[in-house]
Ligand binder design. Structure first.
Ligand SMILES: [Ca+2]
Ligand SMILES: [Ca+2]
Ligand SMILES: [Ca+2]
Length: 179
């Protein structure tokens, strides 16, 4: 299952998994998913609602692009030139968290959709060496949104991590979008 997941991620346009070295002495992260959640995602052109990578179903609407999910669904408002990112994390068939980058207004949403004493952490990097936002997490059974100041057209990279430890992020997803 994990191997399949890694191959699927590697097949995405700009995806990678980080392997953060030895875990022999990392006893402090008692609250981390193990095994890791299953990742589902979509990169979406917010000009025309075309899915650029991933498997989530994108429904084109007159004013934006909808991706349904078991929590509250996602609506990416149209923004020509933008690339939206949505990542859903599942334990079994249960959605435990999701993260979204909305090019319209440059807003990042972080959700924690299950009260399971665990969560995930999302960061957004602008360009290769621009501003870095986060790590962000959702409140239990809720969401936080962050209205960021990113220039239209800038490339952004979303990293979704199981841990909040820079030395052991346990990266779950790594995807590029465009503001
Ligand atoms: Ca983990
Ligand atoms: Ca924009
Ligand atoms: Ca949780």
């Amino acid at each position: 299952m994990r191997g399949t997941h890694r191959r699927r991620l590697a097949a995405g346009i700009i995806t990678a998994l980080a392997f953060t070295g030895s875990f022999a002495f990392t006893t402090s992260n008692a609250q981390a998913y193990s095994p890791n959640p299953t990742v589902r995602w979509a990169q979406v052109d917010t000009g025309n609602c075309q899915r650029l990578s991933g498997t989530l179903t994108v429904v084109a609407q007159s004013d934006g692009c909808r991706i349904n999910d078991p929590w509250d669904g996602t609506f990416f408002r149209k923004d020509a030139g933008g690339i939206a990112i949505k990542v859903e994390l599942y334990v079994g068939s249960t959605l435990v968290a999701k993260s979204e980058f909305h090019p319209y207004g440059e807003v990042l949403w972080a959700y924690d959709t299950r009260d399971d004493s665990d969560t995930i952490y999302t960061t957004l990097q602008v360009g290769e060496s621009g501003a870095s936002y986060g790590p962000y997490r959702g409140p239990v059974n809720g969401s936080n949104s962050y209205n960021l100041s990113i220039t239209d057209g800038a490339t952004v990279t979303m990293s979704v991590n199981d841990n909040n430890d820079p030395n052991n992020l346990d990266q779950l997803a790594y995807l590029q979008g465009r503001a």
